[in-house]
Design a protein around this ligand. Sequence first.
Ligand code: ADP
Length: 177
Amino acid sequence: MGLTAVLGDITTMEVDAIVNAANAALAGGGGVDGAIHSAAGPTVLEECQAIIANQGPCRTGRAVATSAGALPATWIIHVVGPIWTQHEPVENSTLLANCYSSSLDVAAELGATTIAFPAISTGVYRFPRELAAPIAVSTVLNWLSQNKRNTSVDTVTLVCFDSENLRHCQQALTDIA
Ligand code: ADP
């Protein structure tokens, strides 16, 4: 059981579930969302559209799962991160923490063992990276310690797309772990 940070492209991760930093409409888009949809293929977008037709837009901090199409993963867990300019700082932090814990809850419901996260909200949603990394690390570690007796989830990887995010995640792991 553990948490690590690596430099990489989340679409190539050979894990049970990857997390997508989605938007409320689950409509695909740029950044990691666009990379995941283009690598996974059209069936994932169709599943996303069915979810939206059934339940309406996804609330910030909530997670839903689809299959992973052509990706090596089995599932994609789509979660909507907070847009930094739309909330007060404390609310932003709570919403970002909810993204990590609700994604882990969904992963556990699926029976996933290995999960990979991107740095949710740190792209076009503009969450400051030095604040996002310790929230990601502390939320995942707290969730793992609270659920260790009764969850399939075993190994969590924070997949950083650039060395700046990797540095922040490694610093947070050193400070918190
Ligand atoms: P958000 O809208 O939640 O801010 P973005 O996709 O704009 O989402 O950015 C979130 C993070 O994902 C950024 O730090 C960005 O560098 C990173 N990212 C972009 N593409 C990939 C990828 N293929 N794998 C992992 N992380 C990625």
